[in-house]
Write a protein that binds this ligand. Structure first.
Ligand code: UDP
Length: 375
């Protein structure tokens, strides 16, 4: 039996790491790791493979950055050759990046079983490129693994047969729990000279926030106020950095003495920084979930989230990009609110093992693939 696992960009790496590990338990299951090369540099790629002990990909398609159409098309052209050559029994894709849908589409067109990990999440905002990738990938997948009950319900509502849907937990949290002690050893707080509990962490990279100068300016306006009350550490995404330069917004940031831009961090440093923060300000999908598990109050700089459990559990709130709302949300946290002590069911570090077992059983037909969520 052979399974191809696909990664392409930073948010994929922490999801694939525990799955590669879990598949290793099945000796008659050969795994091939394919990297599409959406992210390729040291900071956004190599660091993660080293720190998360992900095996080197056997195949790198080296597609790089391009428009959505070009990138998706190039990945499809290159990945079709891989599937024809490797003849896998299944292809596993994670998350919601362009590689997810590009490789998914190639897979089903060649009649190969498609597995989607982190299925069913919906922001219900179709202007988000990731939302389109999620909807399309789920609609063609054979096995859909969900992190939360709402995702299961979204898929059912969209007509996905219940025997394809599995509620198995969160593989990204598997990684977070596995690397807990290594994260503790990071020296990032000393290196950037901050004390635990005395700062906020900010990440920002969604196109809706950073590809529109007015929107970005509104967020900067909010940050100018927040940083007066709590220093803000900002590991900046390359896309955001580029846009700040293009629109000449760097001066505004430089004039805010407590808003500190630093390069994007490797996994271990980033998590040490997040764990020590008083508050997370983010438009990331994954960080909303990681902050919940770390019990760090999160203010999400978006109007919606595809991860509603983070809100239900009281650890996250939506503040959009309106400066007044962002500042008010940050102040609520500084006044002691927004810290959840709950953890969602099955976010226990075992999600990848559950998935690997179900995939193995389904591929080897050892037992019928009956959905764990079926009543
Ligand atoms: N992350 C990281 N270093 C950083 C910023 C983020 O290691 O400087 C991690 C973060 O902890 C999470 C993942 O990258 O595991 C999320 O990726 P991103 O925010 O780029 O994507 P999204 O989750 O929004 O798709």
């Amino acid at each position: 039996m052979k399974i191809i696992n696909v990664v392409g960009a930073r948010p994929n790496f922490m999801k694939i790491a525990p799955l590669m590990d879990a598949f290793r338990e099945y000796e008659d299951l050969e795994t091939v790791l394919v990297h599409t090369g959406q992210h390729y540099d040291e900071q956004m790629n190599d660091l993660f493979f080293n720190q998360l002990e992900i095996p080197r990909p056997q195949i790198n398609l080296q597609i790089g950055s391009a428009s959505h159409a070009v990138q998706t098309a190039e990945i499809m052209k290159a990945f079709e050759k891989v599937v024809l050559e490797e003849k896998p029994d299944a292809v596993l894709v994670v998350g919601d990046v362009n590689s997810t849908i590009a490789c998914g589409l190639v897979t089903v067109k060649l009649g190969v079983k498609l597995i989607h990990v982190e299925a069913g999440l919906r922001s219900n905002d179709r202007s988000m490129p990731e939302e389109i990738n999620r909807i399309l990938t789920d609609s063609i997948s054979d096995m859909l693994f969900c992190t939360e009950q709402q995702a299961v319900e979204n898929l059912r509502r969209e007509g996905v047969s219940p025997d394809r849907i599995f509620l198995t937990g969160n593989v990204m949290i598997d990684t977070l729990l596995r690397f807990k002690s290594k994260i503790q050893q990071s020296t990032i707080l000393e290196r950037i000279e901050v004390r635990e509990g005395s700062y906020a962490v900010l990440t920002l990279h969604r196109p809706s926030n950073v590809d529109d100068p007015e929107q970005l300016e509104r967020i900067i306006c909010a940050l100018e106020t927040v940083q007066r009350e709590l220093p803000v550490i900002f590991p900046i995404h390359p896309r955001t950095q580029k846009n700040l330069e293009v629109w000449d917004l760097n001066a505004r940031i430089n004039e805010a003495p407590n808003l500190h831009i630093i390069p994007p961090l490797g996994y271990l440093d980033f998590h040490k920084l997040l764990e020590g923060a008083r508050l997370a300000l983010t438009d990331s999908g994954g960080i909303q979930e990681e902050a919940l598990i770390l019990k760090i109050p999160c203010v999400t700089l978006r109007e919606n989230t595809e991860r509603p459990i983070t809100i239900e559990m009281g650890g996250n709130c939506l503040a959009g990009s309106d400066p007044e709302r962002i500042v008010a949300a940050a102040r609520r946290v500084l006044n002691g609110n927004g810290r959840s002590i709950l953890a969602p069911p099955l976010w226990d570090g075992m999600a990848a093992r559950r998935i690997a077992r179900l995939v193995y059983e389904s591929l080897t037909q050892k037992i019928a693939p009956i959905g764990m969520t079926q009543n």
